[in-house]
Ligand binder design. Structure first.
Ligand SMILES: Cc1cc2nc3c(=O)[nH]c(=O)nc-3n(C[C@H](O)[C@H](O)[C@H](O)COP(=O)(O)OP(=O)(O)OC[C@H]3O[C@@H](n4cnc5c(N)ncnc54)[C@H](O)[C@@H]3O)c2cc1C
Length: 422
């Protein structure tokens, strides 16, 4: 019923929008919700998604008011499906969000105490209500935090916990052991999920673990120089997938290539390099070239010989892709919907970087309702316990849409805060 309502509202807005401007780059919260639901194979809780997509624009505005400067264009990350991602103009990483909150706390002299290097060990429960947290400080000292209004868990997923990955995985056939890397920090071990479970929380969608297809085979990091949805070419010099597709589809296709690896390729025009020769993470391109992580060729044939691919095959791959871009036609082989955001790759220098999928996001976690209250195994709210972000499950289904995680964490973080003070 909720899906039908969203569809009807989407149709109405779409009809009105294209009547006014047939070339409009259309978007609305309903489209965001329906795409998120579909991309997660309809297993997520649509009420949670609906709330996320309705409130996400307000999240962007709230951060803007706090001083985060957004780019005045949207982008489309790997697996984002639609150009809906917002990037900070004044930051190159997630540090921007933390700084923005920190500066707001300082500027407005908000009564917030931040305890760094302090590890939460256990939730304190009294008469069925969560009333605090037991923790360990930087020098091993025991810390007890008493919560009058509630505890909000935001401890992330379990992408770096090999044991949990192997225990819960339902998508990757037991292949998420030590041999596969992760983009996550080592701290992302799912402790919060287990702590909440111990306090009675129900868990949901724990088997759905996302691989990011475009990571460094040596260490699982996302650093590199080509745009996420640049052309992907296997070690035989051939494209093999619609680069703008879902992350699970991209990862499956990548793992099926020889050696489970592929090259992401781009030219200087569609690399993410600024005028100072730095990548979006502020790393000089030279660093990548020197380490051999990025290989540069003056033209396609030069690049092909450096990566030991038949130059004729690679040239044919580029020619075909460029024809598709030039004609704005159809990608008959793989169904890529458009050439954008790339520009055709006619001129060198060309770059290639070796990529493979690594564990990136865990879609499962503690079950919450639309007020970000943690639910017990019977679906009832646990008094005093709230959660937001990757520690929760139920929003992204089997496959998270690129760009939706930060939106989820920031939006439901706010919902949780509001619920806790009510
Ligand atoms: C490299 C990378 C790039 C990404 N890029 C994007 C992107 O561009 N867009 C997007 O939408 N998403 C992106 N994601 C996903 C997104 O960053 C995460 O899903 C999101 O940060 C989750 O936010 P969170 O606040 O729920 O948890 P986290 O950001 O993971 O934070 C959890 C925190 O809890 C701490 N913690 C864990 N256990 C304990 C404990 N017991 N005691 C105390 N502290 C604890 C951890 O140390 C960590 O600091 C990216 C992820 C990675 C790894």
């Amino acid at each position: 019923e909720q899906q039908a309502k969203l569809l009807a509202s989407l149709k109405k807005q779409w009809d009105e929008a294209i009547k006014k401007d047939p070339d409009i780059l259309f978007d609305c919260p309903e489209l965001h919700a329906l795409q998120t639901y579909k991309a997660g194979d309809y297993v997520a809780d649509l009420a949670l998604i609906d709330k996320l997509s309705k409130l996400a624009p307000a999240t962007v505005e709230r951060l803007d008011k706090m001083g985060l400067k957004w780019n005045d264009f949207s982008s489309q990350y790997v697996g984002a499906i639609w150009p809906r991602c917002h990037d900070a103009a004044n930051y190159t990483s997630g540090q921007g969000y933390i700084d923005t909150f920190r500066h707001t706390i300082e500027k407005e002299k908000l009564p917030v105490t931040i305890l760094l290097q302090t590890k939460a060990d256990e939730l304190i429960k009294k008469d069925g209500r969560v009333v605090g947290v037991k923790a360990t400080g930087p020098n091993g000292e025991k810390v007890t935090l008493n919560a009058k209004k509630g505890v909000i868990m935001t401890s992330g997923g379990f992408g770096a916990n090999v044991e949990m990955r192997q225990k819960f995985d339902k998508l990757w056939g037991g292949k998420l052991g030590k041999n596969i890397g992760t983009t996550n920090s080592r701290a992302i071990t799912g402790e919060g999920i287990l702590m909440a479970e111990k306090a009675g929380a129900g868990l949901v969608d724990m088997g759905y673990i996302q691989l990011l297809p475009v990571t460094d085979p040596e260490n699982g990091t996302v650093s590199g120089i080509c745009q996420g949805t640049a052309i992907y070419v296997n070690t035989e010099g051939k494209r093999f997938v619609n680069e703008m597709g879902r992350r699970d589809e991209l990862s499956k296709a990548a793992l099926a290539q020889p050696g489970g690896v592929f090259y992401r390729m781009c030219t200087v025009k569609n690399a993410r390099i600024n005028k100072d020769g730095l990548t979006t993470l502020g790393i000089p391109v030279e660093t990548f070239l020197k380490s051999g992580k990025v290989i540069r060729g003056e033209n396609v044939e030069d690049l092909a010989s450096k990566i030991k691919v038949d130059p004729k095959v690679l040239k044919a791959t580029f020619d075909k892709f460029n024809d598709f871009c030039r004609s704005q036609g159809e990608d008959k082989e793989f169904g890529r919907p458009s050439c954008a955001p790339n520009i055709p790759m006619y001129e060198g220098p060309y770059y290639a970087e070796l990529r493979t999928p690594s564990v990136h996001h865990t879609m499962g976690g503690v079950r919450i309702n639309t007020n970000a209250q943690v639910l017990d195994t019977a679906g009832k709210p646990i008094p005093g316990l709230f959660a937001a972000g990757e520690v929760t499950g139920g929003i992204h289904g089997t496959n998270r849409v690129g760009g939706n995680a930060i939106a989820d964490a920031l939006t439901y973080g706010n919902v949780a805060g509001e619920s806790a003070v009510k």
